[in-house]
Structures are given as C-alpha cells and as structure tokens.
Ligand binder design. Structure first.
Ligand SMILES: Cc1cc2nc3c(=O)[nH]c(=O)nc-3n(C[C@H](O)[C@H](O)[C@H](O)COP(=O)(O)OP(=O)(O)OC[C@H]3O[C@@H](n4cnc5c(N)ncnc54)[C@H](O)[C@@H]3O)c2cc1C
Length: 446
C-alpha cells in the first residue's frame, strides 16, 4: 500500500451516518477543511430519513459507545438527557438470555436510551457547529477521481440524485462511510485493484418494530430484552425513548415477525420469556409496525490487501456490518473515530494498511462475540469449531448462573458492552462462580 501524506488541505467523507459524522469530527482536528457528502436530504431535527432505514428500529448505544461519543463530543450525554432520553443505572434493564432472566446488577454506569434519529441529530448538530466541517446533503458520490497512474485518490465524482450532471470535488483524503451498501469494492475493481476478502455469516434476520405507549405502573424499567434460544431463533427488545413511548423490536431468523398488531403481540408471547408480551398487552400500539431484513453479517478484510490507493480510507458499516441484535454498529463507528483522532495526532494521515489494521483490532471483539452467539443458534449455517461449541456451552451455563448472581451479570455486561475483553469471563474466579451456580441448580433443596 502506498504511503499517505501529512494531513493538510481538504478531506471528503462519503456519508453522513454515525460513522461519517464522527469520522468528520476526528478529521477536523488535522485537516483545514472537511466536507461530508450525503445523498439523502438531511433533516435538521430528529427525524427518520430514507438513507438510514434502520433508524426506525431499536438502536442500543453500548457503554463503550457512550464513552467514545462523549470523548468526541463532551456533554453529549447531558444533551440527550435534556432532550428527553431516559437514563438510569443498568440495573433497570430486564434481560433474559438462553431462557434465564439475569439477576439485576448495579454497575454505577448510566445507560442512555434514545432513538437513532435523536442520537444522530445531536451528533449532526455538533458537527455542523464545527467551523472546519461542511455537511452537504443531496449529493451522491458516484466514483473516485484518481491520479493518472491510479495510485492516488485525488477526490470524488459527485452529482445530485436524479440529475445526470457530474463534477469532481478534489481532496487530499477520501473516507468512505457510505454504510453497508458501500460501492468501494466495485470502485477498486474499476481502478484495477483487487477487492477485499469478505467474511460473511448468512442470517436472514427479520425485524418488525412498533412504537407503544406502556404506562409506568405497568413497566418502570428502561429496557427489556429477550434473546433467542438455540432451537427457537426469536427474540425482542423494548426500549423507552425520548418521547416517553417504547420502541419495540421483534426479531427472528428466517421468518418475518407479523406486521399487523394482533400477530405482533402474539409473536411476543412465543418468546423464551413473556416479559415483553405482558407489557405489550397492557400497553397500546401507536403506529403500524415496520419491517427490516438483514441478510448477513459482512466484514470486508481491507487489512489483508497489499495494494490500495493512497488518499483513501473507509470506516463504519462500509468495513463491517454486524448483526444488529447485538447493538454494536454505532459503538464501533465511534471507537473508530476516536482511534482516527489519535492516529492523526501523530501529524500524518495513517497509511491505509495502518488504518485498516487499527479498524480490524476494534472490530475483532464485537465480530467474534456476535459470530459465536449466532453460531449457538441451530438455524444459522456456519462452521462451528470445537472452541466455539465449548464457549457457547459455557456461556449458556454462565447465563443460568447469572440468574442468581448479579456479579456474573455485571461481568457479562462489561464484555458485551465492549468495555472489557471476553477473556474477563474465563478468569478462574468467574469460572468458579459459574460452576457454583451449576452446582446450586443440580442440588435439590433440603
Ligand atoms: C435494523 C438495524 C438495527 C440496528 N441496531 C443497532 C443498534 O441497536 N445499535 C447500534 O449501535 N447499531 C445498530 N445498527 C447498526 C448501525 O445503524 C450502524 O452500524 C451505524 O449507524 C453506522 O453506520 P454507518 O454510518 O457506517 O452507515 P449508515 O448509517 O448506513 O449511513 C450511511 C450514509 O451514507 C449515505 N450514502 C450511502 N451511499 C452514498 C453515496 N454514494 N453518496 C453519498 N452518500 C451516500 C447514506 O445516505 C447514509 O446517510 C443497526 C443496523 C440495522 C440494519
């Protein structure tokens, strides 16, 4: 891969989703000008938009993501809270995994429950207030401009959606944050480069989401989650959001949860716990459910490419698109932006190889966690190594033990919220707690 020059001049970011906005903030510390281009018409307030159709569905911000966003935008959590986003200790989450309701654990950490449009609107507002950054909507990036020998990207070819006219916007650096449908592998092919190897786990995951009014006396928690079972790949999450309503997302592998109200609630009754169903039947649907289909988790291994044009990077879903039920995408995007800021502080734009190695190091843990959890489901087709099978048996025992052991819930949450490495759960003291839990269950009461 060719070296990249010292940061200066102009950087272009393709896409104003969570990755594009946070990456723009990181770039603005080193580049004189940063332009973010999005083909969508971007709203000024928290509103759904067609370029981010997933925004209608539950979007959990993991603790590591809250920390990363706070590092990029100090005071953001307070702003979201002031805008109505419910916050509270994680012990106000009701979580059922592998059929076990985990004991509530006090962590001292506050979670922020906000809709995806609210989070994006506040981040967008911060970016707009940065004098180095210009966000331009209704501009579609159609391709890359390069030097004559195609070794360096020199800008992007842009046009307005629906208009064939095209112009070139010059830049010293282009960062592709165009999301899961990124055209970057195709653009590389057109320039004569080999595209990245791709790791893919087919899931055929289907979402149905509906907003509900649920009175506080029925449900005073911040969130409830019921995970899928190995032999019944259905789950759900409901989250209280900024307007006081609840966003309820039903998820199933290989089948679409019903999109009409009665079927929607009946589906909730078939989950491993009736926790969510009980709230829904005493609440009231506020809209018709909407659907989303997620065919596969996809990871582009750009870090394995030996030849890549200078002046070009990628981040966010354009590199790795995770199974959404684990709530990792926004957190990973924010962690990548924090890392880019750190690398730029060295005074040079990281060469592609260094950047993609750093991204890969961030992606490894969430990708590994999601893959292992999906492979615990019988309906998911994929290679299960002995280690994966053993790990999934252990995690099922850990969930059973955590039903009576808040400390195990806390440790599990630390790992799944990306604050600690999975090895945390394999420490001797933790393994002993899990074993004691199994012993307690197998010992009949006197
Ligand atoms: C159903 C679902 C639920 C999810 N739930 C969660 C969750 O609970 N928690 C979580 O953290 N993450 C979740 N995610 C993932 C999360 O939405 C993304 O990982 C995260 O927002 C980062 O996305 P991104 O910015 O890379 O891409 P996107 O959000 O897809 O943004 C890409 C942007 O690029 C623009 N664009 C695309 N092509 C072009 C082009 N050629 N020219 C100009 N603009 C272009 C689009 O208009 C869009 O604005 C979920 C995803 C899905 C699908």
């Amino acid at each position: 891969m060719s070296p990249t020059t010292a940061p200066a001049g102009h950087a272009v970011v393709i896409g104003a989703g969570m990755a594009g906005l946070t990456i723009a903030t990181a770039l603005s510390t080193a580049f004189q000008r940063v332009t973010v281009l999005d083909r969508d018409q971007l709203p000024w307030q928290a509103k759904h938009r067609s370029g981010v159709p997933q925004g209608r569905h539950v979007h959990v911000l993991l603790a590591a993501g809250t920390q990363a966003l706070e590092a990029l935008y100090p005071g953001l959590t307070d702003e979201l809270t002031a805008a109505g986003a419910p916050t509270g200790d994680i012990d106000r989450l009701r979580v059922c995994l592998n059929g076990h309701r985990l004991a509530r654990a006090r962590t001292g950490r506050h979670g922020v429950m906000a809709s995806r449009p609210l989070i994006e609107a506040h981040v967008h507002d911060r970016v707009r207030r940065d004098p180095a950054v210009t966000v331009i909507d209704r501009r579609e990036v159609r391709g890359l401009a390069t030097s004559g020998d195609r070794r360096r990207v020199t800008g992007v070819r842009i046009g307005s959606p629906g208009d064939a006219g095209e112009q070139t916007l010059a830049a010293e650096l282009v960062v592709d944050c165009s999301g899961r449908g990124s055209p970057l592998p195709a653009w590389l092919g057109e320039l004569g480069y080999v595209g990245p190897p791709v790791d893919e786990l087919p899931l055929d995951l289907c979402y149905a989401t509906c907003r509900y009014h649920v009175p506080c006396e029925v449900d005073d928690d911040l969130m409830a989650m019921v995970g899928p079972m190995p032999d019944k790949a259905r789950g759900a999450a409901m989250m209280r959001v900024e307007d006081g309503s609840w966003l309820v997302t039903l998820a199933a592998y290989g089948e679409q949860p019903p999109l009409e109200p009665h079927g929607f609630e009946a589906f909730a009754a078939t989950l491993a716990s009736d926790d969510i169903y009980r709230s829904l039947v005493r609440g009231q649907a506020l809209e018709a459910p909407s659907a989303f289909r997620f065919p596969a988790s996809v990871r582009h291994r750009y870090e394995h490419l030996g030849d890549f044009p200078a002046g070009l990077l990628a981040a966010g879903d354009a590199v790795c698109s995770f199974n959404p039920i684990y709530g990792q995408g926004m957190t990973v995007a924010a962690l990548e932006a924090v890392t880019l800021g750190r690398l730029l502080a060295d005074g040079v734009t990281p060469p592609a190889q260094r950047w993609f190695a750093a991204v890969s190091a961030i992606v490894d843990q969430p990708w590994g966690l999601a893959l292992a959890a999906d492979l615990a489901l019988e309906c998911v087709q994929g290679h299960r190594s002995l280690a994966t099978r053993a790990l999934n048996r252990y995690i099922a025992r850990l969930h059973a033990a955590a039903a009576h052991d808040p400390e195990l819930t806390r440790q599990f949450a630390q790992v799944t919220s990306l604050l600690e490495a999975p090895a945390r759960l394999l420490r001797p003291a933790t393994v002993a707690r899990v074993a004691r839990g199994a012993l307690r269950r197998s010992t009949p009461p006197p």
